[in-house]
Each structure stands twice: as structure tokens, then as C-alpha cells.
Design a protein around this ligand. Sequence first.
Ligand SMILES: *Cc1c(COP(=O)(O)O)cnc(C)c1O
Length: 433
Amino acid sequence: MQLYSTKNKRKLVDLRQAVLQGLPEDNGLYMMRDLPVLPPSFFKQLKSLSFQEISLEIGKAILKGSIPKKELRSIVETAFNFPVQLVKIEPATNILELFYGPSLAFKDFGARFMARTMSYFIQNEERELIVLVATSGDTGGAVAAGFHQTPGIQVVILYPSGMVSALQEKQLTTLGGNVKALEVKGTFDDCQALVKRVFLDTELSRTLRLSSANSINIARLIPQSFYYFEAWKQLERPENVVFSVPSGNFGNLTAGLLAMRMGLPVVKFLAATNINDVVPEYLRTGIYRPRPAQRTLSNAMDVGDPSNFERMNDLFSFAWNGFRKAIEGYTFTDEATKAGMRECYQRTGYVLDPHGAVGYLAWKASAAEHPKIQGIILETAHPAKFVQAVSDILETKVEIPERLASLANLEKKSISLEADFETFKMWLLKNYH
Ligand SMILES: *Cc1c(COP(=O)(O)O)cnc(C)c1O
């Protein structure tokens, strides 16, 4: 397969380069040149395939031999060794539970696939690969778990001090070994800007073997398209389907758009955001106005300049109308989110986390406008990841899965860092050169 940069469609690279480099030099983002359209035979047999088999089929079609079939099979089988569950909570309302991985969030899919893909591509190299990741909460935990003890790879996680939940912080800071956590005095956007600048710095790219693990890496995006097919497969009547996607950096929604381009019959997507609403605003006004992120209850969606906007723009050839045909935007305050969690719990007994709740609200708003559609809400994290907030809001006890409960006793180990590029650069050179 070949990939281009969204800033220059003529310069093509192979998957290996796109995955290991993360970002192209021109500050664009990598995209696949030829996205396959899956044949009717694939959809016919879908019901009989497991999620791992679906992943292998789509992976083969997208990657076109960039990873041999045997290796790809082993990657998807070891990466996706947990279920994907569609739960019907009301006649037309379904929840896609994406939280059965080790970090209890959907980011496990991308992180685990990417870790194994990178490891496959560097297996014969001598230099260590340093993977950088900026996180607003959940990415870091998923990446840390996904890459922990992967041979030949060092991981550096940057997270905004005081802006992630206690449990999220434990997930980032307790693994040790090849995983280092930098606690940045700034916002998530500062963390993301620091990572972006590293790749534009010629001295760093010359001296260190660097890569990134944000949703900007194509190896994280690709596997996120797989579970849209799995959700569709699990529907009793797969028709008139709308996906509601709680969004921050818009990797998840972009992966849904890829699934649609590959032939998944989707009526439309709902871009569900908290008050960090640059994309819903763009859909309404046609003007893209990035701005600093504001803190909310759904903190993994506190993004003021979503990096995948560039990819969505690329998919729609920079046409506002294309955007508006495929995506409806919805934005909700924390108060509305809390009310939505209570309403859903009281009526259906289902416990949503604050991120899923934003998706739930978007679906309810859209369903009121368009009868006859059925909704799939992506539940992006397990409610226990936000146990304090969820139990306060619902006034009920939230069950904590064992893989999370055991974290509480581990000791936090982080390194404090100013949100300053030169300081970060010195730190990288000192530690890895
Ligand atoms: C990262 C995250 C999101 C946002 O996903 P994007 O792909 O960045 O839009 C939503 N919910 C949770 C729980 C997350 O961790």
C-alpha cells in the first residue's frame, strides 16, 4: 500500500515509513492512497466472522501485502484478544462497548495494533525507536499498556499536569521499564504542540530514531475502522444506521468515515463533543476556528484543535458540503452531560461514562429529528475509569473491574516538565542519545 501526505499528494511512502515516522516532514498527515471497497461477498459472510477475522480481512484489503498475511494474522489475534460488545438498551438505541481492553478505553484497539505493527517493522534494526505520545487522558494509558515491554521500543508519554483523572494518571505512570511519563505544566494542546515540534526539529530527527503514537499515526487509525463493521454485524436489522461518536481529536470519527468509504452502509455520523466544539461549529458556520481547550467532565475530549480535522478535510476534498452530508455536529455542556447520564440510567438502567453520555445525547437529539434511524453510540470508556464522577452523578456504586482496581496500590512515577520546547529537547537528548 502507498500513503501520501495531506499536504502533498504526490510524494508517496510505504506503510513502514508512515508508521515509523508518524508524521510527514511537511507537517501534513498520512493518508492511504487507495482505500479498498470491500466486495459484497465480504458483507455476505460477515455474520459468520469473528472480530479478529473481520479485522484480518479488512486489514489485508487495506494493507495490500505491506505486512504478510501470516504476520498480520498474528498482529490482530494478539492485539484484539478481548471482546467488542453491542448492547441494545432501547428499541433503536445501541451501545457499542469498546472498553474491554487493558486500559478500559477504545484507544486500546489503535495502541495495541500500532505497537505490534511497529515492532514488526523494526525487528531487524539496531537503533531503539522512541515513541512519543501526547495524551489528554486515555491515549497514554492505552499506549503505555500496548507498548509495555515491546522489544526495541522506548515510550515517552506527555500529559497535562492535574488534568487527567487519578486512575488515568496511574495507568500512565506506574508501568515503568520502557515507559516514561512526563507531567507537563500546561494543557493537552501544549503537550501535542511539543510532540509536533520534535518532528520538525532537524537536530532531533537526525540524532534520534523517533516516532509518534497519537491518533495522527496511521497505524492507530486503521484498526479503529474495524469495529464499525463489527457493530454493524451485531445488529439484528442492519439498516438505517447512524453512528454517534464522542469526539476530541476525531480519530475515531475519521476511522468511521474510512469504514463508510470501504462500503459500510452508514446513513451518517454524529460528531458529539463537549463545549470544545470547533467541529460542530465548523459544520454550522463553515468556519474552522481552533482555540485553546477548556476543561470538562469528559476530559479525553478536551481538544481545541483536533489533529484529524486535516484528514477529514482531505476525505471531503476540503468541501464544507461534503462534511455536512456525512456528519451532524452536536455539543453539550457538563450539566447536560450529567443530566443525560441520569436520564439514561433511570430509564434503562445503563451506566454511561461522561464521554459516552455526550454520544448518547447527540443520538437522542438526532433521533428526535429523524425517525426511522437506529443509533449506535460508541461507548469509548468504561464508567469505572471515572468512578468518582459517575458514582456522584448517578448516586450509585460503580463496579470496578479487577484490571483497574489493582492499579490503585501502585506508585506514581512521573517527571515534571515545563511546556517549553527547548527544555523538552534537552531532556530527550540527555536520556536517549
Ligand atoms: C480519546 C477519547 C475520546 C476521543 O476520541 P478521538 O478519537 O480523539 O476523537 C473519547 N472518549 C474517550 C474515553 C477517549 O479516551
